[in-house]
Ligand binder design. Structure first.
Ligand SMILES: *Cc1c(COP(=O)(O)O)cnc(C)c1O
Length: 819
């Protein structure tokens, strides 16, 4: 990527901005919207975009990272930074889009625009694989398809590009015309219109109509008639149309869909002849995305033979970084997605976000960037690695090796992956975070295998993006200025510890809370600097609490006195949190004790009350709203009384997840977000608006056929009256799959079928009744995911999602994904 070149003065002219600058001739290549991800500050301009927070708040961070060029809407910052260049506009997002529109107009390359509810990113990546031989392609990075992502994608267009493939995603009406204007797609592809994400629309028709606006000016529109039933044919966009379907008459009418081993064989009628192709996938979503690509190749004029040859070589795209445990206490970040500079920058940001070890190693293959000479490319990579504080580079490939001198830190080079694998036994990897990133042909999968601990075949997958999405969802519900305390007790509700805390720290929550001191100590040891409240501070742990600057919850006079005793003569203003019992009757002060508490607190300069809080017992339940209101009132009265005596104002907070959703008036100064982060909120019907964070998977060890009347498992509880087939999977009650799931109560998803547990759950294993289903050892069994939900599991055994989550034992390996 050579990146566009504009002077700041030119950008000001394009944006019609008021200017205040030191140097308008500075050259701009990069548009920065997140002060945490800065590539080359001297050639970057920062857009102060406002969403949940005012973008101007991050000017300080961006400045600290050496950015000196800013697009802002609030003139008051101009005088605070006299050495910076400022462009003043009315709307920073509109300015970003306007700049992209201008840039796009400078080129008349062919463009494909993709929208739909699912599959946009996969179709985009596959078209890239299919068409790369014939075009120099520029495409949206990852799933950059929003009002911000699209301008950033289009900004990458440069003179050599002959084809642009961009995706567009919307969540409300009147959003698409902006994206259409920026992308200006000559060819339009509608993937599918699911039921999902319909929030911003009053109906499916409204959603479809909005999406189709992307193609209003397109020459060619590629679609399936099944997804456009709400719109009459004459209203479909595109001067020409090309339809595909497996259910009805279409230009590409698919007649046969036949899975063969891991592949899928397709046959269709096209221009009155029968044609065929083979897709190297067998899952439903991939097959549909494959059909869309097939239709696109034909619509673009490729012959059926050419299309078949290309389609069978498609490869899976994983857009996710994977974080897992490595050998010798290392953490491994596996990124096999793509190997270009922008994805390297994203991966390096993740490496820094997960700052689990001071030592950071990057294993990098050589990269290919069209139109870029090696010296230029590796100079930029070397700067980037140094800027992101990488401690060691292991470079693989002859090109990167040639530029060894550019890297001014510990390095090692190998000509190819084989050479690395041979040398591996002699290489040192210890207590470090290792990013493994290589172009596909370098087969870095072999390297991550060497570095990764063997994964026990039961894995809890945690989608960090979904968790961030849930955080943003609640951010949008809290009033400006209200702080967020994220509850990471009990290993972050079972999902991990420092991995989650690192993510939350990176995304700037204000506080963390844990149950016990040792959880907080583990976070401090992993480099978490956020304030951490400890809800059950044991007296025996006071010394450690103080040493690690953890902030205890004080719930009784006794504990306050012993904590004061534990503080040394040198400590003063030590942060503590006062818990009020407003009705839960678990821990906390009640009214009669408030006077003595106030006196003690007022007299001691050793402690300072950071916050006063209480806990709602039924914030999700309408039938208890009267009681909740009483709790809030009581809390208010007691807190006011305390504040009056203290003479300063600590933060007040009472809301948990459902409180945020249902009691906007009870947000006070802070809210405590727990289970909502992990995707559940019983105040929301079906958790609407939240994303699934966790998937628990296990593996089939053996399959057996049983005769009628045989029994399965301990105490002969599982009776196979008519015989059948069972599969044994590697999860048992020691993993947290409780015995209550035994004897048909629990179910798992095996190869797309929901099958019941048969017999009792064993300590390490469970048997499933898979009669009539094609199953073999090594197949995956899904304990829960977005379809077979934790809600359902909780219902099956009469408990709540909290318990299902926190039951998953520590021996189940956690693997984290990040896009
Ligand atoms: C666990 C906990 C929360 C979070 O509750 P959720 O329902 O998970 O949001 C909040 N406050 C206290 C005191 C808690 O113990």
């Amino acid at each position: 990527m050579q990146n566009p070149i504009y002077t700041l003065a030119k950008i000001a002219e394009i944006l019609n901005a008021d200017t205040k600058w030191v140097d308008g001739e500075v050259i701009i290549h990069y548009l920065v919207i997140d002060s945490r991800s800065v590539l080359v500050p001297e050639h970057s301009v920062f857009f102060a975009l406002s969403s949940h927070r005012d973008g101007h708040e991050f000017i300080k961070d961006a400045y600290a990272k050496d950015i000196r060029n800013f697009v802002i809407t609030d003139a008051k910052y101009v005088n605070q930074y006299p050495d910076c260049n400022f462009l003043l506009v009315d709307d920073a997002l509109a300015a970003l889009q306007q700049l992209a529109i201008y840039h796009r107009k400078q080129f008349d390359l062919k463009t494909i625009g993709i929208t739909g509810s699912n599959g946009k990113t996969i179709v985009k990546e596959w078209l890239y694989q299919l068409l790369a031989a014939d075009f120099s392609i520029v495409k949206s990075p990852k799933s950059y398809n929003s009002q911000i992502g699209v301008p950033l994608s289009v900004w990458q267009i440069e003179a050599d590009d002959t084809l642009g493939i961009f995706e567009a995603g919307i969540s409300a009406v009147n959003e698409m015309q902006h994206l259409a204007e920026i992308i200006r797609p000559e060819i339009g592809i509608l993937t599918n219109i699911g039921e999902a994400h319909a929030e911003g629309f009053s109906s499916k028709k409204e959603k479809l109509t909005e999406k189709l606006k992307l193609f209003a000016a397109s020459d060619l529109f590629i679609y399936s008639p099944e997804y456009v039933t709400e719109v009459s044919t004459k209203d479909l966009p595109g001067k020409q149309k090309f339809s595909w379907s497996s259910k009805q008459v279409a230009d590409l009418q698919i007649t046969t869909v036949e899975p063969i081993e891991g592949n899928c064989y397709l046959r269709a009628i096209y221009q009155n002849t029968e044609i065929e192709c083979m897709l190297p996938f067998k899952d439903k979503a991939s097959i549909e995305n494959g059909m869309i690509c097939w239709a696109t190749l034909l619509a673009l004029g490729y012959t059926p033979e050419q299309a078949d040859l290309r389609l069978e070589k498609l490869s899976h795209v994983s857009m996710r970084l994977e974080l897992k445990n490595g050998i010798n206490q290392c953490s491994i970040i596996d990124d096999s997605y793509s190997a270009d500079i922008s994805s390297l920058a994203i991966a390096l940001d993740f490496l820094n976000q997960q700052n689990q070890h001071p030592k950071k190693t990057v294993i990098l293959s050589e990269l290919f960037e069209t139109g870029r000479d090696d010296l230029d490319l590796y100079t930029e990579i070397a700067e980037l690695l140094a800027q992101k504080k990488v401690s060691r580079l292991i470079g693989i490939g002859t090109h990167i090796s040639r530029y060894a001198d550019l890297f001014k830190f510990e390095t090692q080079f190998f000509d190819d992956t084989n050479a690395f694998v041979e040398a591996f036994p002699g290489l040192q990897f210890n207590h470090e975070t290792i990013l493994v990133k290589g172009a596909r042909r370098f087969e870095f999968g072999r390297i991550s295998k060497l570095l990764t601990q063997k994964i026990h075949d039961t894995v809890l997958e945690i989608d960090l993006n979904a968790m961030v999405g849930n955080l943003q969802f609640y951010r949008s519900k809290v009033k400006p200025g209200v702080k967020i305390m994220a509850m990471v007790k009990a290993f972050s509700y079972g999902s991990g510890s420092f991995e989650i805390a690192n993510l939350l720290q990176f995304h700037k929550v204000d506080y963390l809370a844990v149950a016990y001191a040792d959880e907080g100590i583990a976070l401090r040891k992993a480099g978490i600097t956020l304030p951490i409240m400890v809800m059950s501070p044991e007296e025996s742990a006071f010394e450690a609490i103080i040493k690690h600057r953890l902030e205890p919850e004080i719930y009784s006079l006794e504990i306050l006195n012993s904590f004061l005793n534990a503080l040394s003569d040198y400590d003063f203003d030590y942060p503590i949190h006062v818990k009020i019992d407003s009705g839960m009757h678990r821990l906390g002060f009640d009214r009669p004790e408030i006077d003595s508490l106030s006196i003690l607190l007022k007299d001691s300069a050793r402690v300072k009350v950071q916050s006063i809080f209480s806990h709602l017992v039924a914030s999700d339940a309408a039938e208890h709203d009267g009681f909740t209101q009483q709790q809030i009132d009581k809390f208010k009265i007691i807190a006011d009384q305390l504040v009056a005596i203290l003479g300063y104002k600590p933060l007040l907070h009472i809301s948990n997840t459902s409180g945020i959703s249902r009691w906007p008036e009870a947000q006070f100064d802070m809210v405590r977000l727990g289970i909502g982060l992990y995707g559940f909120d019983s105040a929301l019907a079906n958790n609407r608006g939240l994303q699934t964070v966790m998937v628990l998977k296990t593996t089939v060890t053996q399959v057996k056929t049983l005769e009628p009347g045989e029994t399965v498992g301990y105490s002969r509880k599982g009776m196979m009256q008519n015989g059948g087939k069972i599969a044994t999977v590697k999860i048992g009650y020691a993993d947290g799959y409780t015995r209550y799931f035994g004897n048909g109560v629990g179910k798992m998803l095996v190869n797309g079928h929901l099958v019941p547990v048969i017999g009792s759950i064993c300590m390490d294993m469970t048997m499933l009744d898979v009669s009539g289903i094609d199953v073999k050892p090594g197949d995956e069994a899904i304990v829960f995911n977005q379809e077979h939900t934790i809600m359902q599991l909780a219902k099956d055994i009469n408990t709540i999602p909290y318990e299902i989550l926190t039951n998953i034992s520590q021996r189940v390996k956690r693997v984290y994904f990040y896009e």
